[in-house]
Design a protein around this ligand. Structure first.
Ligand SMILES: Cc1ncc(COP(=O)(O)O)c(C=O)c1O
Length: 390
């Protein structure tokens, strides 16, 4: 931990912050420019977009809003099909429903956590979908080769759900710059946070301008303040959020390196473990931000034990862990109900079912630690699993 960084007193030990956050927030407070008129949000979004390898960034209230604005910006509306993953946070699909569009859920790679890109691309073309949302789940990039072909031919918009993937890279390029528009979240659990917050990233000026308008009640910079071309909401980020995020961005790479070092060590320590298997980033990942360390229970070895029970045992040994997603989106009541209202049957997605049943998570802050703690985590995992198997 660098000088000035403080841990919260909560057991979660996240977020971390320091003098820079305190200084920035105080500067905003004393300026009296807490919202419109301030420069922090715009400056932060520009800096963050540059960090992602994009020319333009649009700050907004949260990641859900970023996804909704991005879909609207590429023209998704009532009845349009949008292809995405069933193993993600519910927002990825709720925004599709909110726009009256049709979610098309594609199963994951076998033993993976990402939507099968080849199937998604094929389906998107076959169904004449308006957009595809690859989700860089756990901070690991969704394989992008087939999806980038769609971006290059301009057939279908590719909206990256990069809510969890700040700083990750696919074949040397940062998430958020791999599709048509990237969408980020800065909600409390993320590797950089202001409690809440979001950002859209893109290289296209037309889309960046439209996103700006959709975040700002449909305003356009060249028109009167009280005249709107489009009906839209106020989804703006506050200056306080941006002041915190500017500081969080400055410590992102340093923390990412610590997490990567400890993640590699954890994988080494777990080399010979049986009954549970780390889910590794897909081939093509050149940088993994270690938002989450996902671990898959091997049913053949471990039997039918509920992953919640494994998590309880880990927590009792002081290992931060979570069952993660326990219900894939195609089984959420809200999603099933919405699809039924459109006359659509829930799809059969066995790999997503298996992921929700078998995959548990160790959160990123557990990797912001020292070698001794990583060794303790590995040892605890081995003990817990050994006790269950024997
Ligand atoms: C994959 C994914 N998509 C979207 C979101 C929505 O972001 P937010 O909570 O900032 O609205 C989240 C965050 O929780 C997420 O993890």
């Amino acid at each position: 931990m660098s000088v000035g960084e403080r841990r919260t007193s909560s057991a979660k030990s996240w977020p971390l912050w320091g003098e820079e956050e305190e200084r920035n927030v105080l500067e905003v407070l004393r300026s009296g420019l807490w919202g419109i008129g301030g420069r922090w949000a715009f400056r932060f979004a520009e800096d963050f977009a540059r960090y992602c390898g994009c020319r333009r960034g649009v700050p907004c209230a949260n990641g859900t809003v970023a996804l909704k604005v991005a879909l609207r910006a590429v023209g998704v509306g009532r009845g349009d099909r949008v292809v995405t993953s069933p193993y993600t946070f519910v927002s990825t699909v709720s925004v599709i429903a909110e726009l009256g569009a049709v979610p098309v859920l594609v199963d994951l790679y076998e033993n993976g956590l990402h939507m099968n890109s080849a199937e998604a691309a094929e389906l998107a073309e076959e169904l004449d979908a308006k957009a595809v949302i690859p989700v860089h789940i756990m901070g690991m990039p969704n394989p992008m080769d087939e999806l980038q072909r769609l971006v290059n031919t301009n057939d279908v918009a590719v909206i990256e759900d990069a809510a969890q993937a700040h700083g990750s890279e696919w074949r040397g390029r940062r998430t958020g710059s791999l599709g048509t528009i990237g969408c980020f979240s800065f909600q409390s659990s993320k590797v950089m946070t202001a409690g809440e917050g979001g950002c859209l990233t893109t290289d296209r000026d037309d889309l960046a301008d439209l996103c700006w308008s959709l975040v700002n009640c449909g305003r356009t910079p060249e028109k009167d303040w009280y005249e709107s071309d489009t009906l839209a909401y106020n989804y703006r980020m506050t200056e306080f959020q941006a002041a915190v995020l500017a500081a969080q961005l400055s410590r992102l790479d340093g923390q990412l390196e610590v997490r990567q070092r400890n993640y590699r060590l954890l994988l080494e320590e777990l080399e010979d473990i049986e009954g549970i298997e780390p889910v590794r980033p897909p081939e093509g990942t050149t940088r993994f931000n270690v938002y989450t360390v996902p671990l898959r229970l091997e049913r053949k070895r471990i039997g039918s034990v509920d992953k919640r029970h494994v998590v309880e045992l880990l927590r009792s040994r002081g290992v931060p862990s979570s069952p993660g997603y326990t219900v894939p989106l195609h089984r959420h009541k809200g999603v099933v109900g919405y699809c039924a209202s459109l006359g659509i049957e829930p799809p059969h997605l066995p790999n997503a079912d298996a992921a929700a049943r078998d995959v548990l998570w160790i959160p990123h802050h557990a990797m912001l630690t020292d070698e001794e703690t990583v060794t303790h985590i590995a040892r605890s995992l081995k003990e817990v699993i050994r006790n269950i198997i024997s």
